[in-house]
Structures are given as C-alpha cells and as structure tokens.
Design a protein around this ligand. Structure first.
Ligand code: BG6
Length: 304
C-alpha cells in the first residue's frame, strides 16, 4: 500500500517568521459523509467543476484554499484581500488534467524523466485525513494512497505529508528514489518581477533544450524576467525574496528543499505570462529512501 499525505496550515502561509507563527482558528464544517471531521476555520466544500476543496480561514482575515485533486493550494489571500497565488486562465478543473496554478505538488518526479512530467501526485485525488488546532495553530492533513493508476507508473509504496510540509515515507519493502517540487505559481506583473537570493547558484538552463539543460552559474543579485525563463538553481539558499511587481514582497523560506526553479513562459503563453511567475522549491537530485525511511521538506511563505 502506498500513501502520500500532506498537511496544510494557514499559519504557514501567514507567519512573518518561523518562530512567531500567526495563530488562527478553524471553523468546523462536516460536509460529506466521506469527509473526516474538521476543525474550526476548515471548511470542506465544492469548488470549480464540483471538485472538493478545503477553505482555511483565519480570524485575522487571511484565507487559503486547497483542492483535493492534486492537493493543489489554489489561493492564499492575505488580510487586505490580495491573492498572492495565481491560477492560469487556461487551468482546467475537471479532475483529469493537473490544475495549472497555485502550489501543485510534483511527485515522485519533477521531470523531465521516465514518467509523466511532474509525476502523478498532481492528478490524483487526495483525502482529508486530519485537522488540528493545537495552541491555536490550525493544520489540515491530506493523504494520497497508491492505486492501480500510480502503480502503473511507479510501482512503490510510499507516504507523504504536506504542511506545506511534505513528508514522504517509504512504506514499501524495497528502496525507491524520487525527485519532487512545489511548482508554485505566484500572481505577478512580470515586467516588475524580481527574485533575489540566487547569486552563485549552479544553474541548469532549460531554455534551449529541456531534455539537455545547459549548465552555468547565476551571477546576478536580482533575477528579472525580460523574456522566457526556465531554469533550475541547484543548492539554492533557504530563503528567497520575490518582488511580484504588484507592490508585494514575498519571502519564500524553506527547509530541505535544496533547489529552486524559476519559470515564466513569456509569449509561449501569450494570454497570461504577464500575470504570473513560478518560483518553485524543488529537490532535483533524486532522494533515495530505504523501507520505513522518510524525507521531509517545508515551505513557509510570508509577506516581507
Ligand atoms: O505543468 P505546468 O503547470 O503547465 O507547468 C509547466 C512548466 O513547469 C515548470 O516547472 C518547468 O520548469 C517548465 O519546464 C514547464 O514547462
């Protein structure tokens, strides 16, 4: 049996730093017979395309929503009502194709690679298995179990949790390896968008040939997006700063997401490229897990 699970917590998205998380309460709402009971501030409801989603609200005015399909965080509204995340206008909510936007979970492969680009966790239904409100800090946990679909591509048993903390556990009897990413889409005005913190990183530039990226080194203090950008940054620092061109500075902190990816498709997506940027936390070089071993990585977004 394979299990992927994740825990999403609104304080993770709103805390100013890791040591002083905002405290939020969840509102209880039991929705469907199949749903686990949830805490105050956690509402399981129907989203676009009748797909189930969890809405997290805090008394301080922030709100996040997570679709069970793909465990995709599609919205994070800060108290002034601005949504910091972006969902592409061509995103489909039909339970067939991955949702293009928000924070999708790429697992067990970031890609390109042997199986479908970005793995299968983006296009499977996750389940709400738990919610908690310890000391005012609400957490909701989602789980994904293997089925014949995942087994047909990747014949392993595993477990993962997201908070946005992703915990992958090998529950199989044989070792496996994987790569993974949080393929986060941020709302942006691309001409004013800048990412700081990547100077000195080794880069794998996928612009010319995604299958054979060009190796290089980032020499800029501030990366901007005047054209097509698709690059992996190896051994990235545990904090990046995104200025989204809309007046917001987003701090992207992480632990154990060793790498980063910047992507903007430029005119390949004429309809929307001006409105978003992907700044992704990634683990590009494969992690190997022996049976019963786990791997954990966390992402903390806050307005700087
Ligand atoms: O799968 P999506 O959401 O359409 O995103 C595709 C893009 O995802 C990025 O993470 C990759 O670096 C790009 O190479 C790729 O084109």
């Amino acid at each position: 049996m394979a299990v992927v699970s994740m825990a999403a917590s609104l304080p993770t998205f709103t805390s100013r730093n890791l040591n002083s998380p905002s405290h939020h309460r969840w509102s209880t709402l039991s929705i469907r017979a199949s749903a686990s009971s949830t805490c105050e501030g956690v509402e399981l409801t129907e989203g676009i395309g009748n797909l189930p989603k969890v809405v997290l609200t805090s008394p301080h005015g922030s709100e996040a929503e997570v679709y069970l399909f793909g465990g995709c965080v599609t919205s994070w509204k800060i108290p002034n009502g601005k949504d910091i995340l972006f969902v592409r206008p061509d995103a489909v909510f039909n339970g067939q194709k991955p949702i293009s936007g928000g924070i999708p979970h790429c697992f067990p492969q970031f890609g390109p690679g042997k199986i479908q680009q970005h793995g299968f966790a983006r296009n499977m239904n996750w389940t709400v298995v738990d919610s908690d409100n310890a000391e005012g800090k609400p957490v909701v946990t989602f789980e994904l179990k293997d089925n014949t679909y995942s087994r047909s591509m990747w014949d392993f048993s595993f477990q993962a949790f997201l908070s946005t903390e992703l915990v992958v556990t090998n529950t199989d009897k044989k070792a496996f390896s994987f790569s993974t990413a949080l393929h986060t889409y941020f709302r942006a005005s691309i001409t004013g968008t800048a990412v700081t913190g990547l100077k000195g990183c080794k880069t794998l530039n996928k612009e010319l040939d995604p299958q054979n990226p060009q190796e290089g080194t980032e020499d800029r203090d501030v990366v901007t997006f005047p054209g097509f950008v698709d690059s992996v940054y190896l051994d990235a620092p545990n904090e990046l700063l995104l200025e989204n061109g809309l007046g917001d500075k987003v701090s992207i902190k992480n632990s154990n997401w060793s790498d980063a990816v910047l992507w903007n498709p430029h005119t390949q997506m004429e309809a929307c490229y001006r409105d978003f940027v992907c700044v992704e936390n990634a683990k590009i070089n494969e992690v190997q897990l022996q049976p019963e071993q786990s791997w954990t990585a966390t992402q903390h977004l806050s307005i700087a």
